[in-house]
Unconditional design. Structure first.
Length: 118
């Protein structure tokens, strides 16, 4: 039963964080930033947020710096938006999965079109 509640809260946090990222005015934070995964602790005190930017790992790392500096504001806004007793501390972690999947897509595209030319 507790895992269902944590799963629901995780999805609520993910939705609200996505909206909140678009509202942040920090120029370091990419406009193409995506939340890949959220790991919420069982006691709801810590939340690891894995993010990735479509522009690449360098822009993701720059965005992480901006998110870390805005962590207090993000936590305060999340307390207003998500109805839970304790708002978790957010830990932002860079993830290169979007860049990796774009590279795989490019390789597949090249392979398919190389086969058509023959």
């Amino acid at each position: 039963m507790a895992t269902v509640k944590i799963g629901r809260i995780t999805e609520d946090i993910k939705k609200e964080l996505s909206d909140l990222f678009r509202e942040l005015k920090d120029p370091r934070i990419s406009t193409m930033l995506s939340i890949i995964r959220i790991d919420l602790s069982n006691d709801l005190s810590h939340c690891k947020v894995y993010v990735s930017a479509i522009e690449g790992m360098e822009k993701t790392l720059t965005s992480i710096e901006g998110l870390k500096s805005a962590a207090g504001y993000i936590r305060k806004e999340m307390a207003k938006r998500v109805a839970i007793r304790q708002t978790p501390a957010f830990h932002f972690i860079a993830d290169d999965s979007i860049e990796y999947s774009a590279n795989i897509n490019k390789l597949l595209y090249e392979q398919l079109h190389r086969g058509e030319e023959k």
